[in-house]
Each structure stands twice: as C-alpha cells, then as structure tokens.
Design a protein around this ligand. Sequence first.
Ligand SMILES: Cc1cc2nc3c(=O)[nH]c(=O)nc-3n(C[C@H](O)[C@H](O)[C@H](O)COP(=O)(O)OP(=O)(O)OC[C@H]3O[C@@H](n4cnc5c(N)ncnc54)[C@H](O)[C@@H]3O)c2cc1C
Ligand code: FES
Ligand code: FES
Length: 1345
Amino acid sequence: MRCASRSDELVFFVNGRKVMERNVDPEGTLLTFLRKNLRLTGTKYACGRGGCGACTVMVSKHDPVSRKIRHFSVTACLMPICSLYGAAVTTVEGVGSIKTRLHPVQERIAKSHGTQCGFCTPGMVMSMYTLLRNHPQPSEEQLTEALGGNLCRCTGYRPILESGRTFCMESNSCQQKGTGKCCLDWGENDSSPLGKKNEICTKLFAKEEFQSLDPTQELIFPPELLRMAENPEKRILTFYGERVTWISPGTLKDLLELKVKHPEAPLVVGNTSLGPAMKSQRQFHPVLLSPARISELSMVTKTSDGLTIGAGCSLAQMQDILAERIAELPEEKTQTYRALLKHLRSLAGQQIRNMASLGGHVISRHCCSDLNPVLAVSNATLNLISAEGTRQIPLNEHFLAGLASADLKPEEILESVHIPHSQKWEFVSAFRQAQCQQNALPHVNAGMRVLLKEGTDSIEDLSIAYGGVGAATISAHRSCQQLLGRRWNELMLDEACRLLLDEVSLPGSAPGGRVEFKRTLVVSFLFKFYLEVLQELKKLVKLFSVADSRHRSEVSDQFLSALEDFPVTIPQGVQTYQNVDPHQPLQDPVGRPIMHLSALKHATGEAMFCDDIPVVDKELFMALVTSSRAHAKIISIDVSKALELPEVVDVITAEDIPGTNGAEGDKLLAVEEVTCVGQIICAVVAETDVQAKRATEKIEITYEDLEPVIFTIKDAIKHNSFLCPEKKLEQGNVEEAFEKVDQIIEGEVHVGGQEHFYMETQRVLVIPKTEDKELDIYVSTQDPAHVQKTVSSTLNIPINRITCHVKRVGGGFGGKVGKPAVFGAIAAVGAIKTGHPIRLVLDREDDMLITGGRHPLFGKYKAGFTNNGRIKALDIECYINGGCTLDDSELVTEFLILKLENAYKIRNLRFRGRACMTNLPSNTAFRGFGFPQGALVTESCITAVAAKCGLPPEKIREKNMYKTVDKTIYKQAFNPETLIRCWNECLDKSSFHSRRMQVEEFNKKNYWKKKGIAIIPMKFSVGFAATSYHQAAALVHIYTDGSVLVTHGGNELGQGIHTKMLQVASRELKIPMSCIHISETSTATVPNTIATAASVGADVNGRAVQNACQILLKRLEPIIKKHPEGTWENWIEAAFEQRISLSATGYFRGYKAFMDWEKGVGDPFPYYVYGAACSEVEIDCLTGAHKKIRTDIIMDACCSLNPAIDIGQIEGSFIQGMGLYTTEELKYSPEGILYSRSPDEYKIPTITDVPEEFNVSLLPSSQTPLTIYSSKGLGESGMFLGSSVFFAIADAVATVRRERDIAEDFMVQSPATPERVRMACADRFTKMIPRDDPETFKPWSIPIA
Ligand SMILES: Cc1cc2nc3c(=O)[nH]c(=O)nc-3n(C[C@H](O)[C@H](O)[C@H](O)COP(=O)(O)OP(=O)(O)OC[C@H]3O[C@@H](n4cnc5c(N)ncnc54)[C@H](O)[C@@H]3O)c2cc1C
Ligand code: FES
Ligand code: FES
C-alpha cells in the first residue's frame, strides 16, 4: 500500500513554481506527472521509450562538482518522477505562451513553417530552447546534435532547422549566397533559373520580424533549490508507492549500506535501460535505489596514465570530458578517447545522452552497447566499491559475458571507470553500422586496438570486440592471440578474417536476423581498421627500420575513401515559388506563404490534441487485448483474474455489442476465431490507464491453432488466398508486340510495407450524455463521419445522436481514415455499458501492432524493347499483401493499376493486380495509396531496360515519356506539357548531365565509396476514383460583430487545410483572415463528410467554402452597393437589421469520376500533379551506409494557395518516401508477430537524413480550372519522388557490380537498407562469410513482400 505519511516530500520546481508532493508514485514518470497531475499537456506522449523526443523538457540542476547550473534536455517519458528531487523542470508552457509572451524559439519555429501537425513541435522547441540556454549563439553542428533525438513525421525537418539556424553564428546571410542560387546573386538583367526575376520568390518568412533572443529574460534557477544544493540534505529520502519504494541516500556510505540491505535493488540513474526493460519486458523491482545525490559518483580524475570517469557521469558529460582531454593531450595518447567520442556522437539522441550514465551503460551490458567494445579492447578497468571496501576488475570479455567470477557482487556498485591512455605505435578505432546514421541502435559495432612493436609493423598486442553479434559484447580473444607477432599486411588480414569468422560465429537463426550482413560487417570493419592502421603507419614511416619499411603494405589511392566515415552535415537549400501578381490586393492572402493557423499554439503547447482534453467527470480508461496467434479458434476467454484487480471496472467483449460487430470477416472484436496477431479480442475498462493495461495481461485466452497460416505473398499465391478479384488494364496487343521487339527482360521487385508512424497514436474520448442516447466523440481521425456511422451501427442508435469532433490530428497519412472508427466503436460500447466516459489512448507498441500500414508489394515485370531503349510492350503483375481483412485493399489495388504507367507512353501494356489475404494485421490507406509501391516496379523495369541497352536510365525515361496530348491506359485524355517542363527544369536546375560526369569521375577514383545519381519523372493522379467522394460542404456564419466562423468537411491533419480555407474565405469576403475563425470539424455542423485524403481536401472543401462565402456576399451586395464607403461591421449590422440571413451552407458537387473496370476505361481523376526529382548519393561499399548529397525537386503546384504549406507538403512527403525506400523496415517473426513496434526498431528519417543540399521549386503556374483558384493538391505526390534516392543508390550499386563483373540484373528490393546495399556490393568479404542452408534453421524474421 502507498504510505504517504511515511514518504518524504518530493520537492522540485516546474516552470518556476514549487511542487511539493508527498503522495508520489515511484513508478510514475515526469511525463505522466506533468500531463495528469499538473495538467501541463504541452509535453506529448508519442513512444514512451525515449526514442522520439516528443516529450522533451529541460531539467536544470546544480552541479556539485563544477558548482554551476547545468541545463539539459531529457525525455520526460523515461524520467522517474522521484529522480527530480531538487531539480527545476522547464516545459514548453514555461518557455512562452501566446497569452503572455512568445519565446523567440517558439516564434521562429512557427513563422519558419517548422510545424505541420504540431505534435512534435513542443519537443523540438524544448530541445532548441535548452541548446540556447547553454549556447545562445550555437554552431550549426550543435543545432543538429541538439535536434538529433527529435522525430518529426510531417515536415521533413528542413524548416525546423531553418528556424534554429536563425540563432546560429554562421547564419547571418543566406545559405545560398555566393553560389549563384541566392536571389541576391542575380544581377539587374539576370533572370532567375525559373523565369523573370520578380515573379520568383525564395523567401518563405521574414527573418527581420523575429524578436531577438535575450538570455536575461529566461527563468532563473530557483534560489530555494540553489540553497538546497549548497547545503545538501544528507539524510535518506524515501518515497513509498503501491508496489515500489524509491530510496535516495544522501551519502555514499548510506548508499553502500542500502545496497547491503537491498542487494537485488537496481541503481536507477538515467533509467534509459531499466525504464524500457520494466515497460516492455515487464521487469519488476520492488525497491529502487537512486544515487543521484552522491557526488562521488560524478568525479573525474585525470591521471598520468589515463582518465577515471565517475559512473554517475552522463554520456553527454563524458563527451565533454573526452573532448577536453583530446585537446589537452598528444594524439598518440588519445586514440581510445577519440574512438569513444566517435561513438558517443551517434549514440542515441541528445536527450538520452544527457540522461544515460556511463555506469548504467557499462553495467547494462547491452549486446549492442557502443562503448563497451571500445572500453574492453582498451583495457579499461572498473572501480568497484561496497561497504567492505574497493576493488578493481577488468572490463573484459568475462565481465561482459556476465560471468559471476568477473562480475560485481550484489552489494557492490560501480564507482568509476578507468580508461588508460593509448601509447605510441598503438591504434584504437571504433566502428558501427546502424539502419541510419544517427539515433539508431547499431546492427554491429566494434572496438579494435593494435599495439605494434616499436619501429616495425609486427603485432605486439591486439584486441577486437564486437557488439550486435551475440547476447553480449563478444571479444575475439582467441583470434587476436593467434595473430601476435604477425606483420600488418594482406596475409595477416586474410588470416585474421578467417579466424574472426570462425570465432565470432553467428547462427542462421540469431535474434535480430541480418545474419549474413552481420558476418560481412565483422570482416569489413576489420578491413577498415587494417587500412586505417596502414595509413597511420605511413605517417610513421620515418621511424621504420629499413628492412621493415621495404616490405610494408600501403593503402592505394583508390582505397583511401574507405577510411572516411560520412560526416553529419547540415542541410542547405533553396525553396522557390512564384510570387503573387503585384496587383493582388495586399489584404488578399491567397498565394502567399501564410503561417499555419495553429503554428504558434503548436510551438507553445497550447494547441489541444485529443488526449489533451482535461479528464471528464467519472472518466474511465480502456486498454485493448489482442490475439497472440495468427490463425486460431478462440476456445475460451477468462476475464476473472483481470476483474479481481483493484480499479478494474469491466471487460468488454463482442457479446456486449448492442448492434453490429463490424462486418463479416472484419469484426470489431473477435468472435470464435482470430486471423492475425494483434487482432482485437476484448477491452479492459479501469479507473486508471496503468491498471487497465495491467489487467489486459491477466486475461487468459485459450486458442486452438488453425491451418493454413499465411504470411507471405508467395504463400498467398500458392494457397490462392486473395481478398478480391484481380484488377486488370490492357491496351494494344502485348503478346504480339513481344514477338517484334529486339530484346525482352523480366524481373522481380519487392517493396516492403510502411508504418504510418503518425506522432500522435490513435486516440479517442467517448462521452455518453445523459439524454436521448447522445454521445460526444472526440477523436483523432481523418474521417469523423465514418466514426460516427460505425458507432451508430455498433450501438444500434441513429446517426443523429452521435457527434464526432475533430480539433486537430497529430498526423494521419492515411492511417486515420479507417481505423479510428474501430477504436471509436469499441470505446463507445464501453461507454454505453459502463455509463462512463471512456478514454482510449493506444501506446506506440499497440498502435504499430494493431493498425497495419502500407501494403507490401511483390511485382513481376516483362518488358520488350528496341535496342535503343524504346519500350514496345510491358506486362506488369503486382501482388499486395493486404493482411487478414479487405479494408482498403481493393481500392489500393485499383489505384495501383491505374497509376502504374506513371509518366510513360507504352503502346502495348498489361497491368494486373491482386490483393493477397494473409494472417497479418490488415493493411490500409497510406499516402500515395499504392502508387509509391507500384511505380517503383515501373521505374525498376525502366532502369533494367537501360542496363540492357547500355544506356543511362534517364535516356530511357526521356525516350518513353508522354510527349504530346494523349490518353492514359484507361483512356483519360491529358496534356503532358507540364510533365515535360518539370523534367527539363529538373535536369537543368540540378545540372544533371555535368553532375553525372562528376559522379563517373569520382567512381573511377574510388573503389570502396561510389556515388550514384538518378532523376525520376512523376505523373500523379489526385482524388478518389468515385464521384460521391468528390463532394464537400461548408457552413459559414457571420456574427453581428462582423466576425466569421467557418466550418467545412476537411480535417486538420497538419496539412494546413484550415489555413487554406481561411485564405479562401478571406479572399471571397474581402476581410482579413484575423476576422475569420475555424473552431473544429464536427459532424453536427457539416454532415456526411468525406475522408480528408487523396490530396483533394483543400480542393473540394475550398470550393464549398467559396460557395458559402459567395452566397453570403450576394446577400450583402445590396447593402454594400448602397453604402460602399461603409465598413464590414456596418454592413453586417445593417444586414441583421434588415433580416438577411448571415449564415450559409456552401456545397461543391465535385468532379464526376468514373471507372469502368469491365471495359478498362474511365475518367477517374480530376487532374494530375507532375513533378520530377533528382537525387545524388554516395554509398560505402563496405558497410552499406549511404549519404544523401543532393536532391532537387520540381513540382507543378499550379497556382499554389499557400506556397509555404505546399512546399512543406512536398518536402515532408519526399522525406517520408525516402524513409519508405531506404530505412523503414518492418520485421515479422515466423509466427507473424511484428517485431518492429517502436522507434528503436523502426527507423523513420531523422534530421540528419535530410539531403545535404535540398532544393524545392514550384513550377510557375499552369492552369487547372477544376480546382479552387487553379491550385493543386500536393499532399501525397512528393512521396514517390523519394524513390529518386532509391534509384541513386541503385545507380551506385550498379556501378560497383559493373566494376566487379557481377551480374547487374539482380532482384530489386526496397527499402535499400544498409544490409541490402552491402550484400549487393559483393566482394572478397561477402565471399568469405559462411552461408547457411536455408533448410537447416528457422530464421529470426520472414520477408512478407
Ligand atoms: C532511445 C534510446 C536509444 C539508445 N541508443 C543507444 C545506442 O545507439 N547505442 C548504445 O550503445 N546504447 C544506446 N542506448 C542505451 C543507453 O546507452 C543505455 O540505456 C544507458 O547508457 C544506460 O544508462 P542509465 O544511466 O540510463 O542506466 P539505468 O537504466 O539507470 O540503469 C541500468 C542498469 O545499470 C545499473 N547501474 C547503473 N549505475 C550503476 C552503478 N554505478 N553501479 C552498479 N550498477 C549500476 C542499474 O542497477 C541498472 O541495472 C539507447 C537507449 C535509449 C533509451
Ligand atoms: S514519448 Fe518520450 S521520447 Fe517518445
Ligand atoms: S509537425 Fe512534426 S510530427 Fe507533425
């Protein structure tokens, strides 16, 4: 039982206000405390395990050693609340507010368009704010480092960096100045690359407007805390919770005595290892010891032979200490420190480095620890202390393997780590390869050290340790011993590789998979080390004895680039758009880069998301119970143990549903049978979210497994398991054409799925009203009408009793079109059954497990072409993995087939598509809706044709592209003029041809690093292929004070639809945007809405808003005519007096879309968006890593309603597409369980993944009469342009394979992960690794595409 009376008082400050808490739960985190106890909801929950930065806050503490105040960013979701004793916390609310004063960081991120959905924004603000508290004028490198741990799924990061850059020292002039790309570089008579000077704009915000940063205005460190720190409390503080007791001693002596008393109790320091383990592995510790107040653990001692760092020092402090030592000592002594520092720079994000301690890191002995391999090879020792005294143990393979004889005793703690200096003729290096460059756990890492006999190249001592290739860090002791005395040359290398592969053996079924890749890295890293040492030896050549010098190996110039790691660079770029007509009235906002309406509120944390709604009276929480079997009969569900738990109110099963339980084959709650792991079976309702979650583990479900169990597309084809009939389009005579062509190629393309990873997980709050069965539903959805309808049929009550409200959505990307209705309906059943409001907030793991994502695709192509690359016949067959229910799979198949031709005119075409039914969670809508996967097949085919013809791919693309007014495969007429303009513009702006030559030059000179370049055209059709989906409505009220309230059918997902709608209303009514307001989207104000999707939200709703405004203006016309000199307010007053209705419904009937699948003809899309992108990359052939050097995008936005928003959509979707094609990899177990359920395992792009140079241009206007003011919807199209990075990587890999005489026509697999790139660059190392017979082991994961 919690015992508040015995507990000490937890004292800390939040935003300058003192918090005194006696009843604190040691299991609680700062995040829950802020959000629930203090109602500070600006700090967001998005992953709960330190991986996304959405919960970033600043913690300030008095450092007893330096006697200074230390400000550091932390992730509140991992910060134990009890650890804050004596600390000052600053949240986004404490930084600034729109009600009082905005902080420059908040102002700038908003005005630079650094926010879209705004869910990541408070975290970004806090990371930047903390940086500025420490460095008011940071360097760009510090800025990137500070933001490396913050994920954003919307913006593509460029504008966020841009806002931060305005504080940087170097940023006082345009980044492009002097490069010829800056507008200031253009002379009087010059024309810009896109047209006439005055028409083109590159400025999206006015920097001059920004208030300057005044560090004196910041909150001071509370004097009370300073006093507390100067006279530190020495007594033991104890906080008792229901299950856990937190003990924080004030002296080392007390800590050691406590350790004797509680030998099993862990020491909680950063909680970055314990916290996630307690959460996901359900580890439980009844007593936690906190050494936070023990200054002895933070001591740093510089000795003549090395450096002793206190175990309590954070990894960030360690970075500073090492950097300082490196600057002070000669290079030869700092080899180990350099190696450690290199790894520390890419270990996690800044927040985790600020929290995690060296002691916690070493003692956790994670199998992929970045520091332990380096510490192990460099003979580091651990200084242990207990009540009995002190002793030292080596940090060696025995300790790392956890051998009891080499480990800490239960009553001992780690006091410090001693790291010896390196010496002359000694070389230490560190290597790591992860899914992406920064903020990603390594797949494999290594520490390597060699000591050569003075003046020779013979090995006196050698140590090599690897992480990621076993359950712990593995030391290759045996191999190293055998190599002693050998000379550092090729012979030794060969022998070393052989020995290492034998000693560091990894079974085919090893956890984490990627076995062959890991084996290859083991030897590739050694090769890199070998070269590095050779290179160092070259510098020491003078010291060699003559005999040794003669036979010494050297690094050839071609190999030198293998030595360099890709640096973290700060992206640069220009965004170009067409300015508004100079005659356009200043007050008319259309076409101007207006800031997102909610941007300032996003930046201050005042923007309310679904879960930020305060707790409602008698509210209960819901947690879901999901299937652990892929295909099974449910024999029984025993809920009794769950119901016995305190605070548990009820368990909701299918039997509780008063109306319809979903659709046949797609039940809301499973009945009798489950068809995938993650299928919802029932839901627990409890008084707290923690208790509801705990109770789900007590529900016992017995299953009987059923056959067949199908996960892969291959198996689905074998079992003829499909969700819907085949979709097919054909033109010309494909078979006949194949007979007449010069060459034919066939190939396969596998495209992995994609997780939406919207930062705000699925959430809903259902409030039952007391009268007439009414329900209010607050939900994060793209389609409130669908939620409303589903709840109505589930509860069997009319639709008119249910009101769905959507204020804003923290990212959707298609993932919140269908699924929110399921969660809404289940929560509504709970609300009706219990009579209480129900809040359902999915945690990240459940969200990723349950909701499905983009369909994985398997495509086969056959192309017939002439020797000069003209494709005469193309036959493509695609299969998508739809999962266990239909969901949107039929529509996705249709779209896929309709869009497969992309930009190409091929006379004889056949496209076929099928959606496979498998025992995986159902896949659903995702930005681009099949196009990003399908068009990759088409483009891969084109690339393969180019290779066969011996021509560059861009030539084949150009040759086969639509050139004149034509008809698509489904006979829709269109004019490709803009497509050609985009292509040419892109070739020109990117200086494609000269850069292609430079790439070739580079490749000739470098063997282990290769560059690749690719340009991709795009014809993207927007809209739904059904007429009824193109309608929209709006409701506009003018109130008697002249203020206007607009409601429309679109939902604010971050794409700025509300901002655009106000721009429309402002133009139509001729009043400033500030007079107009949008409160929310609600099914009560605009009924029967269509999902906000398919890029047409602003198009159709804009027309509806326009219509309503025009109706109102027409009504006001007589009054205005009579009093033209009057003000808006006068006219409204007069209208009211004259009984003129000041409310109007606007309606847009929409585009008549149709598609006749029988005949294969139709007019399914209102218009196309055209674009082109060119990307250049460099790959490391030894590790598979890549660096994005440059991307140029040209997009046809027609007459953009808001260029800042549209450029934001293009950049954001491009980066999301880049993630799809390079790093985002879903991993499933052979039992169909999704492994990748957190940002640790699933890597979306981070700030360091943005191309080093990233230019986006909107093509000067073309016309689209169908849309509002001739604008175009750009929500999805940029996604596919991310494939230019994929094809640039493929180009580099193809060069490698050509150079090494390996067949070029290998299977195309997306994403182009480091694993795939490395294994495709076959070499002597890939050849030497052992390969397992697939029949002899069970792999850790299975490919499902
Ligand atoms: C999002 C995220 C990303 C990460 N990325 C990386 C990465 O890229 N590379 C990498 O190597 N690591 C990574 N990590 C792991 C991280 O480095 C470790 O979790 C961290 O160093 C552990 O330190 P801590 O202070 O938080 O330990 P805690 O979680 O507080 O404690 C961990 C363990 O250490 C013990 N302990 C702590 N101090 C002492 C002591 N003085 N004496 C005895 N026992 C002690 C505790 O009893 C406990 O069992 C990541 C972690 C997170 C959350
Ligand atoms: S919610 Fe804390 S880091 Fe993601
Ligand atoms: S704005 Fe960054 S996640 Fe949406």
